[in-house]
Ligand binder design. Structure first.
Ligand SMILES: [Zn+2]
Length: 447
């Protein structure tokens, strides 16, 4: 679609006027060049800065938890170097085994790779101690006020304008990720962070991986929160593509419209049943790569006709255009499902695009005569994300060395390094909550 400099959408409303995240943010002080690990041993900093030019490393004290990702806890903190409120994420259990080592390193590298306004990225990584004491990784990202799950379950009004601008940004971020060859694999409302000005960022890359081009290679089925899990994953397909993320976005789109979870089942089998209740019994061709048990389950049941017209009853916002796009995302056969990139061309998203680029984006700007728009409204990644480094990681110790070197190199020549003050009361609370959450996660994983 074409934009004109004089076009102005309606006001970009503040969605969270009563947000409670503005309360006290912790203190910060600068220290001399020593810090310590959780064990308490003082360790010299690898960075020694000329005292006259650069301040010594600054301490950070966590203030309060703001969320729990698939792997890790997030707290709000203030960056002592500029007073800016940011989010601090501890990546726990990094060096438990080679699998966790690779997973955390992948997420860390992704967070440092991303350069897109609708994808959360690392602003900084806290300075690691010497390698012998290196056990945890702390990453600083932008602090967002809420997430789409909290918005959906809140009593706050959610207008069609909100839905359009949210959906536009989800797909804009997803196009970027997919163009870099990355599957998110856990797109759900809680992983879509939003600000009071409706800016949205995809977060939590704990389950993300690089797309597998070889269809004969098996991929894990332990992905995606069940309500947002694509039918091919539910049916045990050994190989899947970025279209699993588009399915999740379709579910979220319906949830934004209806303000309730579209397919809220108690088990994966029931999840599949709810999907076929809506879409009808899929043709055999759509189940070609499904596991035998799942295919037999579908064929054993009664033949179901599609009942897509119920989507019009989600809300008044479920217009023809909205339902048309929704039905292109909620396609049983992943090969026939719309891509994130193509979904952006759907007319339903034109208003969201206009709104985003008129008063929310960083890629366009205003001059006295009007708005100067960017050439590419939905830019792809400038290169694919590379995961070749994983092949050279054969042991936990080797992984530790690689990660330590990566963080140190990442920081070189940048700002004053940050470290945590492990003696502070706030940090002790932080560690306690992290440990509590880690045990909860591992229990969940055992099931
Ligand atoms: Zn723009």
């Amino acid at each position: 679609m074409a934009f004109h400099g004089s076009s102005r959408p309606t006001v970009c409303g503040n969605l969270f006027p009563g947000s409670d995240l503005g309360h006290k943010y912790f203190c910060v002080n600068t220290t001399t060049g020593t810090t310590s690990t959780g064990g308490g041993a003082a360790i010299p900093q690898p960075h020694s800065n000329p005292a006259s030019e650069v301040p010594s490393p600054a301490e950070m004290e966590p203030d309060r938890p703001i969320g729990y990702g698939a792997f890790g806890v997030v707290w709000s903190v203030t960056d002592p170097r500029n007073g800016r409120k940011v989010a601090l994420k501890k990546m726990p259990n990094v060096f438990q085994n080679l699998v966790s080592c690779k997973r955390v390193f992948r997420e860390l590298r992704m967070l440092c790779f991303f350069k897109h306004d609708n994808v959360l990225s690392a602003l900084d990584i806290l300075q690691p101690p010497q390698i012998d004491c290196f056990e945890e990784i702390y990453v600083i990202t932008e602090l967002m006020q809420s997430d789409l799950h909290k918005v959906i379950v809140s009593p706050q009004p959610l207008t069609t304008d909100h839905i359009k601008v949210f959906l536009y940004q989800i797909l804009r971020g997803l196009k970027y990720l997919h163009s870099a060859g990355i599957l998110h694999r856990d797109i759900k409302p809680g992983n879509l962070l939003v600000n009071s000005n409706c800016l949205l960022k995809i977060c939590d890359f704990g389950l993300a991986r690089v797309e597998e081009p070889d269809p004969s290679r098996h991929m894990t089925q332990e992905v995606v929160t069940q309500y947002y899990r694509a039918p091919e994953v539910l049916m045990g397909c050994q190989h899947y593509t970025s279209s699993i993320d588009v399915w999740s976005v379709g579910c979220i789109f319906a949830e934004l419209l209806g303000r309730r979870i579209l397919f809220q089942a108690q088990s994966p089998i029931q999840q599949l049943d709810l999907i076929t209740d809506l879409l009808g019994t899929p043709p055999l061709s759509a189940m070609a790569s499904a596991c035998e048990g799942a295919r037999a389950h579908i064929l054993r049941g009664p033949h179901k006709p599609p009942s897509l017209s119920v989507l019009y009853m989600l809300s008044d916002g479920a217009t023809h255009e909205a339902v048309h796009l929704l039905c292109r995302m909620l396609v049983f056969d992943p090969a026939k499902r719309i891509s994130g990139s193509d979904a952006l061309s759907h007319p339903y998203l034109d208003e969201g695009r206009l709104r985003y680029h008129t008063c929310m984006c960083k890629c366009c700007y205003s001059v006295p005569s009007g708005r100067v728009y960017t050439r590419d409204f939905e830019p792809p990644a400038d290169r694919p994300f590379s995961h070749n480094y994983e092949q050279s990681m054969h042991s936990v110790w080797q992984g530790k060395e690689l990660i330590h070197r990566f963080i140190t190199e990442h920081q070189q020549g940048k700002r004053v390094p940050l470290c945590i003050n492990p003696q502070s009361a706030a940090f002790k609370t932080f560690i306690r909550s992290t440990a509590w959450h880690s045990s909860k996660v591992s229990r969940k994983e055992e099931r």
